[in-house]
Design a protein around this ligand. Sequence first.
Ligand code: ADP
Ligand code: MG
Length: 347
Amino acid sequence: MSKPDLGIIGGGQLGSLLASAAKKLNIKTVILSDDKDAPAINFADEFIYGDYQDINIINNFLEKVDLVTYEFENIPYEILKKINEIKSVLPSPEINKLIQNRLTEKEFLNKNNITTTKYVSINDLDDIKINDKFIPGLLKTCTLGYDGKGQYKINNANDLNNDFDFSKGYILEKIVNLKKEISVVVTRFGHQKYEIYDPIENYHEDQILKHSKIPADISDEIKNKALDWAKKVAEELDYIGTMCVEFFIDKNNNLYANEVAPRVHNSGHLTINSHNISQFENHIRAVCGLEKLETKKIYNAKMLNLIGEDILEYKNKKFKENEFFYDYLKKEVKAKRKMGHLTTIEK
Ligand code: ADP
Ligand code: MG
């Protein structure tokens, strides 16, 4: 089977790590990014900078590739759909459309008997006032949120005034009394064909992932339920590639699906060092139709995200043989920006 040339939309750290995994498999990558300084320029074979809406840019990109995948879910559906008419897009644009909106995402999960947090659709201030049973809550934009962006804590219906712009569409989500957060990364290759990683335990600071570790310190019951739910999501979506389901566990040991990421996920970065096959390699294998190999954990591991200026002290640091430092080579250090990560394996 000849190997395809792979187009990747998005040039951040996920695109960079996908390109690195593709290189290992001798797959050529072409990255399309609307950021001329996107770090993936350092990792991909080719890099195209331009507006996703520019048809000439898109055509140039599509001439160079056999199929297309993406590193982030916030690409307008219409664009992905148009691309899919010319070169196949995996995971399919319909999946992205469903998942990129918190409302349709949560409806999909509940329809499949997967418990989510309690939430309600919000269109104006009165909606918040009459839904006080969701307070204390988080008001989240239905679309385009990430790393806690587009989220507002509501302790009281009067926390917002009439100037607040509701035109975007929001959900109000009841705050869960968190004991733990976990995530399950799964790669689906086709009908009932998976490679699934055991749950990863995650710790967030300011709604941004800070630490992850595998294995998660959870009961077998919760572990099995999370694995079953993640597989169910992948199967129901008819997903091809790597995806992730984020979960909350509350103080009473109830499990809730928080959100689905239709892409490789930050919590799965440690799989590069903990497993024989990383989430990135499995994604490339699945979308490019390569062989599915049994994925096994070799080491327990933990990962530390290097956010903002954290990166500076690591750039010239000496590392132990069980430590693996990844610098995303982002041009500008910014507060709350994910700049790199450090994975430590247990030998
Ligand atoms: P994002 O798209 O920004 O990742 P999330 O919904 O995953 O949005 O929220 C980011 C983080 O904020 C979560 O991982 C969790 O730590 C916290 N959080 C979000 N929603 C809730 C909630 N309903 N209850 C408690 N914590 C929450
Ligand atoms: Mg999240």
